[in-house]
Design a protein around this ligand. Structure first.
Ligand code: ATP
Ligand code: MG
Ligand code: FE
Length: 361
């Protein structure tokens, strides 16, 4: 199926177009610059920016794909989770287009779309099967690491069966990167800034905590503890703040690169260790990585190492498809159309806290 995907859950206005698992266009316009001076996304500014960027972004995506709206088989749009006002702009636009062009509408889950993007053909290659679509192998899992979420999932079917195995109990991985970068004066967004600063630092300079790894939280395979597959990053943030403070109090220069590298190592170590163990204990043999933090170089490297050691096949999308975009929404939409899932009503609301199990609405 030829599907148009619309994404406006945070600060990226994305319109993507796919045919099955083949990506034809992926246009993204970001209001990131407008949020920099506030050190975080301001919902009202993001919503207004989506309103201004939507039509030009749509036009460019259609031109890139060389199609018109009447050619598409369906329109997919992020219904949640995300910022309510921002989601509403994309949803309203999608409903308007679906009504005007008489196309079925699919309201989809942003988090599942972060995973679904991994089904798109590698650049330039077309590996779509007879149905024009690749699907997931059996026993697939997903590690979702983004600005607002950190989750390990079991995926029976991307269109009907997503199960949460574990998640963060406080900050998300991306949030930890953003907050730590602010502490270190590295600016916003923090993920790419820490990734870059860490490149020249020593990851062993500081030993920062790995949250929820004590036996009382993890238990054993036979008697798993409540937090065996969960993460916590708030203690790590406090430890970094204390380290920075010690240098400041002593009047010594803060070793930013060493702290960034040590922080990154702590996050990546605990994310990959727990994800690979959860995958193994749930019989997962293929792991898909998704979400903005999946752009992190050290995460990609250590996860690949640990998956290889555990005999798990790892699939990592290209960096450009890890952060928010419209192609991921279109990719999930195409899977829903192909699976014969019923389209959404034109009345669907934005759901800012949509759980990951609710794949489409
Ligand atoms: P969610 O998907 O949970 O709703 P979001 O859409 O805001 O949240 P994404 O766009 O998926 O999040 O990812 C943005 C996050 O990814 C930010 O927190 C950013 O700091 C982080 N990030 C981006 N690049 C990197 C990197 N190279 N290393 C670490 N983190 C990164
Ligand atoms: Mg963003
Ligand atoms: Fe996202």
């Amino acid at each position: 199926p030829l599907v148009l995907g619309i994404e406006t859950s945070c600060d990226e206005t994305g319109v993507g177009i796919v045919r099955g698992t083949h990506m034809l266009a992926n246009t993204v316009s970001s209001s990131m610059e407008e949020h920099v001076r506030f050190g975080g996304v301001i919902p009202e500014i993001a919503a207004r920016a989506h309103l201004e960027a939507f039509v030009p972004t749509l036009r460019q995506a259609l031109d890139t794909a060389g199609i018109e709206l009447r050619d598409v088989d369906a329109i997919a749009v992020t219904a949640g989770p995300g910022l309510a006002g921002a989601l509403m702009v994309g949803l309203s636009a999608a409903k308007g287009l679906a009504l005007a062009a008489d196309k079925p509408l699919y309201g989809v889950n942003h988090l599942v779309a972060h995973v679904g993007v991994g089904l798109l053909d590698p650049a330039g290659e077309s590996v779509a099967g007879p149905a024009g679509l690749r699907t997931l192998p059996e026993n697939t899992g997903a590690l979702l690491v983004s600005g607002g979420h950190t989750e390990i999932l079991r995926i029976g079917s991307l269109t009907s069966d997503v199960q949460l195995l574990g998640s963060t109990i406080d900050d998300a991985a991306g949030e930890a990167f953003d907050k730590t970068a602010r502490l270190l004066g590295l600016g916003y967004p923090g993920g790419p800034a820490i990734d870059a600063a860490a490149a020249t630092g020593d990851p062993r300079a500081f030993r920062f905590p790995r949250g929820l790894t004590m036996p009382k939280f993890e238990g054993s395979v036979e008697a798993p503890g409540k937090h065996r597959h969960n993460w916590s990053f708030s203690g790590l943030k406090t430890a970094v703040a204390r380290a920075v403070e010690q240098f400041e109090v002593a009047g010594r220069p803060v070793p930013v690169a060493d702290i960034a590298a040590s922080f990154q190592e702590a996050v990546v170590d605990v994310i990959t260790a727990k994800a690979v163990r959860a995958a193994g204990e749930h019989g997962i043999t293929t792991l898909m990585l998704g979400g903005g933090v999946a752009a992190n170089k050290r995460l990609r490297e250590l996860l690949a190492e640990r998956c290889a050691a555990a005999g798990i096949e790892l699939r990592i999308p290209p960096v450009s498809l890890c952060t928010d975009n419209g192609a991921m929404v279109a990719a999930l939409g195409a899977q829903l159309v192909a699976a014969g899932v019923a389209p959404s009503s034109l009345q669907i609301p934005a759901d800012s806290s949509q759980p990951v199990e609710r794949i489409s609405v």
